[in-house]
Structure formats: C-alpha cells, structure tokens
Design a protein around this ligand. Structure first.
Ligand SMILES: C[S@@+](CC[C@H](N)C(=O)[O-])C[C@H]1O[C@@H](n2cnc3c(N)ncnc32)[C@H](O)[C@@H]1O
Length: 301
C-alpha cells in the first residue's frame, strides 16, 4: 500500500478503539512518510516539552531518567574516547553531543529535518556541534563496519514497520565486536491505554496483537504510527541480524522522580516497567569490559 494512496475514511477504530486511529496494516514506506511529516510538525513542541529533561549535552536513555553517565550501557567511559558512534533517531541529538563531549567521534542520524533543526539550535546553545545526517534508519547511508557503537534512545526503532531490516542495517554498519544498545517502550505497556493515570492500569488489548497504533487524516492518509513488537520479536530481530543479546535493562522508576512524560508516570512506574533497553554485540574481537550491576536498572543475570 503506497504512502499517500487515497483510502476510505478511518474506522472501525484502531485496536484500542481510540477515535481517529485505524486498524489496518501500515507498511515501511507509509511509516517513513508519516513519521517524517509528524516529527517535522512536532519537533519544536517535543523539544519545548522535553528539552529541559533531556538537556543539550546529556545522555538520558528514557523517561525513568536513567543516564548513560551512571549506567555505562555502552561500555566503560574510557572506551568512548575515539570511538566511532552512530546515534539512531537522534532527534535534537543531546546523546551525540554528550558522546562528543566524552571524546567520541559521534554522528547523529534522524529522518526529520524539523528534529535536526532542533539539533542545530542545541549545538549553538551548548557550543558542542555534532555531525548530523538526515536519513531513514532502515537504509543507513554508511559503508559496512563503519562504527564501533550504535545507540538509540527511543529513536526510529518504535516507528519502523520492518524492525528486522533496521536491525540488520545497524549490524551491517557495526564493526565486528561493536555494540548496539537501544531503548524502546517496554512491550508490556502495549496492553494498557496510553494513560499515565488510573485508566492506564486496566488491560484493554492483547500483548500479541501486533497491529500498529496508527492515526489517519480524513483522506485515510496515515499521519502517525507506532509499531508494537513483543519481547520475543525484539530478541528475534537481534538474533536474526547475527547479533548477540548481552542484556536487557528495565529501568526502575526513581522514588524522587515526579515528572510525567506522556504515559510514563510515578503511579505506573511504581508498578511495571515503561522502558526496555536491549544491549547487543556483533560477534568479533572487542574489549571484554564485563558488565556489572547498574543502580536502579536491574541486574546482570
Ligand atoms: C521519540 S523521538 C526520540 C528522539 C531522541 N532520541 C530523544 O531521546 O529525544 C523519535 C525520533 O525518531 C525519529 N525517527 C522516526 N522514524 C525514523 C526513521 N525511520 N529513521 C530515522 N529516524 C526516525 C524521529 O524523527 C524522532 O526524532
């Protein structure tokens, strides 16, 4: 189904019965088109709402406020010096800027010109500039084995229809021994409405229903889409790309954190995880840096 093709007006409603959502499959091209225009339109608003929480030169993995400075999910800080790092779906690129500040050779990649404009503004504000590339993460414009590390804080992965293709592309551009660490909505959140309050505690749909959450305009054009994948699907993408899963982090909600970020809230955070962070490695020679316990982020099995 090509992006922009006229479709009948939306309805029946999407899986969760939310008005304006649709219940039909949304393919890779339609997802890219919808995400590009949605994030272009939402860039300034997103930055206005979350910019202070994320910072201009900081690596915050998730609304549970887990910081790379504390978690070292990418590996020991010393190994970042001189490392070639790709940030996938960087948005305003605060993580890439933090990596550059730690001596890494980082590149931020995003689909949206609007989000990359926010990144340029943050460069100017912080005085730390990062190289930026506008592209679809499912078709990375880099040669094989270019990067030592690839990372993503809710960037691109939740919004692409073909998650296996994206994972294979990341694996392709990693050198042997390189690491891919990505944070996404915790798959169990899919069964609940996107609500930070009491209503967000009641199951409304099946965990195994992979139909996307999609919104459409009156002509039936998809305007926003998020693709659900179960934990098993995510692991299958990793293994299918020839990567090894080193660990899964489910950040716990810090008791002193009152911020509500969309569906993330202290109420729900105290009861179940909102984020899942997958730590993967491409087989090959790499620093055996071991991976100890991380405060508040779960333990090594
Ligand atoms: C939730 S924002 C996260 C941005 C940033 N990582 C952060 O933590 O603020 C999702 C980002 O993914 C980008 N994105 C969505 N689909 C993409 C795709 N197919 N390729 C690259 N980036 C994509 C959006 O443009 C947006 O900047």
């Amino acid at each position: 189904m090509s992006a922009g093709a006229a479709m009948p007006p939306p309805g029946p409603e999407g899986p969760a019965g939310v008005p304006g959502t649709v219940a039909w499959p949304v393919g890779p091209a339609e997802s890219v088109a919808a995400s590009r225009s949605w994030w272009d339109d939402e860039a300034a608003g997103y930055q206005a709402e979350h910019g202070a929480f994320l910072g201009d030169v900081d690596f915050v993995w998730c609304p549970e406020r887990l910081r790379e400075a504390d978690a070292a999910l990418l590996g020991p800080p010393a190994a970042l010096v001189g490392a070639r790092v790709l940030e996938v779906g960087c948005g305003a690129a605060s993580c890439s800027r933090w990596l550059v500040d730690r001596g890494a050779d980082a590149v931020g990649l995003d689909l949206s010109a609007g989000m990359l404009r926010e990144a340029r503004a943050a460069d100017a504000r912080s005085g730390v500039a990062v190289p930026l590339v506008q592209a679809d993460a499912s078709r990375l414009p880099f040669p094989d084995a270019t990067f030592d590390l690839a990372c993503s804080a809710f960037g691109a992965v939740p919004f692409v229809a073909d998650t296996a293709a994206l994972t294979a592309e990341v694996a392709r551009v990693l050198r042997p021994g390189g690491r891919w660490v990505f944070a996404v909505n915790h798959p169990m959140r899919w069964i609940f409405p996107d609500d930070p309050g009491e209503d967000g505690l009641h199951v409304t749909q099946s965990y195994f229903d992979r139909s996307p959450y999609a919104e459409a305009d009156d002509e039936g054009r998809i305007t926003y889409v998020e693709h659900h994948r179960t934990l098993g699907d995510r692991v299958a993408d990793v293994v299918g790309a020839g990567l090894v899963l080193e660990g899964l982090v489910e950040p716990e909600w810090p008791p002193d954190l009152d911020d509500v970020w969309g569906q993330w809230s202290p109420l729900r955070g105290a009861l179940f995880p909102g984020t899942a962070i997958f730590r993967c490695r491409k087989p090959g020679p790499g620093p055996d840096d071991g991976w100890g316990p991380v405060a508040g982020a779960g333990r090594r099995p």
